[in-house]
Ligand binder design. Structure first.
Ligand code: IMP
Ligand code: MG
Length: 185
């Protein structure tokens, strides 16, 4: 399988402008409070550090890393926690920062996990909202961009761990060397 960068979906300057707007909205909404930004590694790393600098409030940052067990468990939405939070979120205002919401299963699991820890509030800020039928209901309080159902990379998003460092978001074109036929097992 070969992958190459396709069309740019969101330019770097457009991302940075939107991040500033989101930071301003969050600053307004949480006036007088302290926010715990919870980033989901690794995809949300770029977004979280830029967003944090656009928020003019006392902010702390914590990270979780999760992985799905694979296709069969995706259906049940079971996610394995590879790295847990380091600080307690009890009684605190938590803002989950995600790179992209696709089926919604990962985010739903994370939300339930966080809600069980007694925070004062939990909201979600997602850079990208992919237009696909959701398999789990997830409220997205702050959305960067709504994108069509394509596989995208850049600004944290990867394909086989690559492309995360691109400052823009582009479509990834995956071509099959055997001419588009079924993949050999
Ligand atoms: P969900 O559980 O289906 O919502 O999947 C969310 C996770 O899948 C994201 O946090 C990403 O890590 C990954 N993902 C979904 N769509 C894309 C994409 O277009 N490019 C890169 N990663 C993606
Ligand atoms: Mg992710």
């Amino acid at each position: 399988m070969q992958a190459e960068l396709g069309e740019t979906i969101i330019e770097a300057e457009t991302i940075q402008r939107r991040v500033r707007e989101l930071g301003e909205a969050i600053t307004r909404d949480y006036q007088g409070r302290e926010v715990v930004l919870v980033g989901v590694l690794k995809g949300a790393a770029m977004f979280l550090v830029d967003l944090a600098r656009a928020i003019e409030l006392p902010v702390t940052m914590d990270f979780m890393a999760v992985s799905s067990y694979g296709k069969s468990t995706e259906t049940s939405g079971i996610v394995r926690i590879l790295k847990d939070l380091e600080e307690s979120i009890e009684g605190r205002d938590v803002l989950v920062v995600e790179d992209i919401v696709d089926s919604g299963l990962t985010l739903r699991y994370i939300l339930d996990y966080l809600l069980a820890r007694g925070p004062a509030s939990v909201r979600v800020c997602a850079l990208l909202d992919k237009q696909v039928p959701r398999r789990a209901t997830v409220p997205i309080d702050y959305t960067g961009f709504v994108i069509p159902n394509r596989f995208v990379v850049g600004y944290g998003l990867d394909y086989a761990e690559l492309y995360r460092n691109l400052p823009y978001v582009a479509e990834l074109q995956v071509s099959h060397e055997n001419g588009g036929g079924p993949e050999p097992l």
